[in-house]
Design a protein around this ligand. Sequence first.
Ligand code: 0RA
Length: 654
Amino acid sequence: MTETDINTPIPSIQPEIPVPSTYGANNIQVLDGIEHVRMRPAMYIGDIHSRGLHHLVYEIVDNSIDETLGGFNDYIFVSLNPDGSVTVIDRGRGIPVDIHPEKGKSALELVMTVIGAGGKFDKGAYKVSGGLHGVGASVVNALSEWCEVEVYRDGKVYFQRFERGIPQGDVKAIGSSDQRGTKTTFMPDHLIFKITEFRKDIIVDRMRELAFLNRNLSITVQDPQGEQEVFHFEGGLKEFVLFIDENRMGLLKEPIYIYGERDSTIVEIALQYNDTYQENVFSYVNNINTQEGGTHVTGFRKALTRTLNAYAQKNDLLKNLKLALTGDDFKEGLTAVISVKVAEPQFEGQTKTKLGNSETQSIVETILNEQLSEYAESNPNVLKVIIEKVKGAAMSREAARKAKELTRRKSVLESSGLPGKLADCSINDPEHCELYIVEGDSAGGSAKQGRDRSFQAILPLKGKILNVEKARLHKMLENEEIKTIILALGTSFGEEEFSTEKLRYGKIIIMTDADVDGAHIRTLLLTFFFRHMRSLIDAGRVYIAQPPLYLVKSGKDQQYAWDDDERNSISDSMKKMQKGKANIHIQRYKGLGEMNPEQLWSTTMDPAHRSLLLVSVENAMEADHVFSTLMGDKVEPRRDFIEKNARYVRRLDV
Ligand code: 0RA
């Protein structure tokens, strides 16, 4: 876990870049803008770590996407260059280079230097304006050591270079070309960013997503070794749904696809039912993932429930079902992508990823009602399959309810007692309390003795918890380990009962052995939190403990190492101090149980010395993909995934 103040002021314009004395009032404003971006980068791009760094690429690509939405561009090329810079090329209209009559500068220079200028130009109807998106190329420019733009327009190639946002000369024609488009290359400023290395997998995930969302667009990603991946999906959202469900068994031959336009809003939906019990609905507005949902999602749910219900009633498909269907029954095994293009999107919510436009709800609802009923009439066999699935969900819901009633026992989750295995802490202010979920009784024993019992609670687990990826709710509640965890957390469980407010600990820390079993148990726990207590992850409550891998000893000198490099450098330096005659002993910790309580405390549990990994979900779609690959039914994709990712195992990004 890194704990850095994202608002730490950053040295702004560097002294070695002189400010030209000919700069007038306009320029002062431009410089103020650039300086502000450099002083408070997090205000513009979220943070100055990996996330903010990758955001730079998205900003530039967004401009090309705008050209695509306007119908002017069908190709984007993104290159991660060997020198650490990034190039983005499109075949759009090219940024205009003519001189702005009042400002006396080229449009290109204004786009690149005036913060917020991007939006003032005709950028097409569906501008990206959600959250951090759409802050524009000028912000990227201000945060780049250097940035070079080439524009292909009117048979010419134009060029302008910037350093830390400041133009190094005017735009000038440097050649001729029969192409149209824009090429931007920028080098992220190491004075601003804590991390300046781009990760191909992060870029690839977003470019793939953009290609799914814009079926006419082809995106090529090139890595520093020159290897290219091309993303182009003529099936658009349909292929997106198939990709999401790659590791699940689909119940329909192919996803249902809906497209419609009304009052300049474009609605696109693809949906499929699969043989699992989870729901996966991903939604987008102007290509932005609306993680908090919003009116478009509400419209989708209403229309889906209503249309399917009406069809089932009309065709007498519910005759032997003795109960009414609820909205939840339509969710089991549903995978859907909803993508709307809205001219003036209003974003709300904590992370500004919730669509607020009320008219969008009725537009989505109307289009889906109309087209899904039409689809239903001409595909009765598909509808039969879906209604059977929905009925299955309703019956299992009823069975679970009856089982609860019959036993007349208070549900374990409503009982007030804490689980017997829990060694609780003594203070009860959740913000200051931590729960360690520990693998195995012996490690649990060490942790109980080593902890600071005032604020650290220990919950030892016996062996593996249930794989929740494929289990229905009531099956999960029959599992002892899962019940124990839910009881200890205090949050209760299930769509209605679960509440973050009742959480008894500010930090939930998963502490497992550094071996295969440990990794498995950790994944099972993460699957559980991701699928059923996602809000705890989103609230930054879930952590992974990082016990050391080695103890390097030489006489009385003892040091811990967290990886092989560290182990080697410690033993090297021990040899040098002691001039080569050191007798070095290296112990590899396989299990937490091999550490005595003091060691466990000082390396892994003491807040002053430990390092924790914060579990976060940057991209819900990717996370879903990882969990369904690792925990689902299909063996092939799991093997592929493990082979491909074996080299990343030290980094746990979920
Ligand atoms: C302003 C106006 C026009 C195009 C663009 C900006 C533009 C910006 C970027 C950024 C990356 N690629 C881009 N492509 C176009 C319209 C110009 C016209 O009417 O010809």
